[in-house]
Design a protein around this ligand. Structure first.
Ligand SMILES: [Zn+2]
Length: 63
């Protein structure tokens, strides 16, 4: 599993679809089933549907 550290940068992250390279949109954020300090973000491509998810460190500001 790949982990991506949450960035404090405010610049827009880009998440192109791995299939068609269209920019995906963040569709859902769910708590990680095993690690309470992480959350799972699901990305959806408008052409391919839900194509990937990222596990990121939850922001302590939102705890
Ligand atoms: Zn796609």
């Amino acid at each position: 599993m790949r982990l991506q550290k949450a960035s404090k940068s405010s610049k827009q992250e880009r998440h192109p679809c791995p299939i068609c390279s269209t920019e995906t949109t963040l569709s859902e954020i769910a708590p990680h089933p095993l690690h309470v300090n992480f959350e799972v973000r699901g990305y959806v491509c408008e052409q391919c549907g839900p194509v990937k998810s990222l596990v990121v460190l939850r922001s302590p500001l939102h705890a």
